[in-house]
Design a protein around this ligand. Structure first.
Ligand code: ADP
Ligand code: ASP
Ligand code: MG
Length: 413
């Protein structure tokens, strides 16, 4: 029988009623003749609560134990979803990641999937089971420890299963009815897109649009998975929501097709480091070893052989970054006068494949921000995106002003 993957995010399984509603959607697909793999997230808010408990217990935690704790939310929803389906007379059972086993690398808290054997679940489908409910976000490392795939990782679990089981489609059920030109929660003029190209979705996701985890888009692109984002709150036809697809399937490419933001950014500056060959490696090597995800980097102009080095990273990694830099200073590997962290910044980005062939997008973006009196701290660009780091208090204003200036409310479908 054809296989369908259906992923339900946190708000879609937030309580028993919502789980029942999601299970009914699954029942509809089973009745159409699909064998269904359901991937569930933890109930909304649960993972945040678990992360909070870990941080409170141990600020510079052992990531293996972090994973043991934060993966547990999905275990609860997987079991409850299987029970709900059984109550509806749909033959179903649950799997935790390690039972599949969904194998991953050992990078705890941001592990990558290495293999999903299909025999176990296919064996059960052959015996008449119709729904395999799998706990999203979690797997098992070669060392036999529980791992997690990074925040939002259930999307990646879903796409990886769709690839491994050659599913007809991977439907991501969430609390919005598709991918929008920007987050509809902060810009009421945001428009839903019927289709979005993999590459644009990849950029939007990596720049903060959390509707899909970046890695899930990468996998869908690589394994040619038909990926759709749909609402779990509205009745759905097979054409509803947003299809993430190849660029060739989209009639007209927009110069700018979306605005993304990332709220939890911090800007760190090492004041007065020696400007010598190898200094960047001496700074960013230890940061990477400490698990700090450095994003933007600027090296200021050098004066009398010394310079300031600024970089951005997620706010919750500031303590790690500071420790790594102070340790490197004590070891004599780097020397700086001071380290300053600004945890009240945000990143706002405009994305569009059409930028490849259109000049002037950056100039227009900077002008719009200037007209609003917003100062830009750091800028980075790639072929299809421009990102700026600004004061967090202006983030929503910047998103709305850019959405207006690039006329995204007029985006067709
Ligand atoms: P889930 O719990 O279902 O995984 P998430 O909270 O991870 O849901 O992702 C859905 C949220 O992503 C939406 O509620 C919305 O606020 C946010 N979002 C950010 N950018 C976009 C965008 N461009 N289009 C749609 N949603 C977006
Ligand atoms: N529950 C995890 C999180 O909140 C994974 C997911 O929902 O995708 O990040
Ligand atoms: Mg999510």
């Amino acid at each position: 029988m054809p296989v369908l993957v259906m992923k339900f995010g946190g708000t879609s399984v937030a309580n028993l009623d919502r789980i029942r509603r999601a299970a009914k959607r699954v029942g509809v697909e089973v009745a159409k003749g699909y064998d269904v793999i359901v991937i569930v997230s933890a109930m909304s808010g649960k993972t945040n609560e678990l992360v909070g408990w870990v941080n409170e217990t141990s600020p510079l935690y052992d990531a293996r134990e972090y994973d043991a704790v934060v993966s547990s939310g999905e275990n609860v929803t997987a079991g409850l979803m299987a029970l709900t389906l059984q109550e509806m007379d749909v033959p179903a059972r649950s799997w935790q990641g390690w039972q599949v086993p969904l194998k991953t690398t050992s990078q705890h808290a941001s592990a990558r999937i290495t293999e999903i054997p299909t025999d176990n679940i296919n064996g059960k489908f052959a015996e008449g089971m119709r729904v395999a409910v799998v706990a999203g976000f979690q797997g098992i490392s070669e060392e036999g420890r529980i791992t997690t795939l990074g925040r939002g990782g259930s999307d990646t679990t879903a796409v990886a299963f769709a690839g491994a089981f050659e599913a007809e489609r991977c439907d991501i059920y969430t609390d919005v009815d598709g991918v929008y030109t920007t987050d509809p929660r902060i810009c009421e003029k945001a428009r839903k897109l019927d289709k979005i190209a993999f590459e644009e979705m990849l950029e939007l996701a990596s720049l903060g649009a959390k509707v899909l985890q970046t890695r899930s888009v990468e996998l869908a692109m690589r394994y040619n998975v038909k990926l759709r984002v749909v609402s779990s709150f509205e009745e759905q036809s097979d054409e509803a929501g947003t299809l993430v697809c190849d660029e060739e399937e989209i009639m007209e490419l927009n110069v700018v097709s979306g605005v993304a933001y990332s709220r939890d950014e911090a800007k760190m500056t090492l004041i007065s480091v020696a400007d010598r060959p190898g200094i960047a490696a001496a700074i960013f090597g230890p940061l990477s070893e400490a698990g700090v995800n450095v994003d933007m980097i600027v090296q200021n102009i050098s004066e009398e052989g010394r310079t300031d080095m600024t970089f951005s990273c997620p706010t919750d990694q500031v303590a790690r970054a500071e420790k790594a830099m102070l340790d490197a200073k004590s070891a004599g590997d780097i020397n700086f006068h001071d380290i300053v962290a600004d945890t009240a910044v945000a990143k706002v980005s405009v994305v569009g494949i059409g930028m490849r062939s259109h000049a002037g997008v950056a100039a227009k973006m900077f002008q719009v921000l200037s007209d609003e009196g917003i100062n830009i701290n750091v800028i980075t660009t790639s072929e299809i995106k421009i990102s700026v780091l600004i004061d967090r208090k202006y983030m929503e204003l910047a998103v709305q002003a850019l959405h207006d200036a690039f006329e995204l409310e007029k985006t067709a479908g």
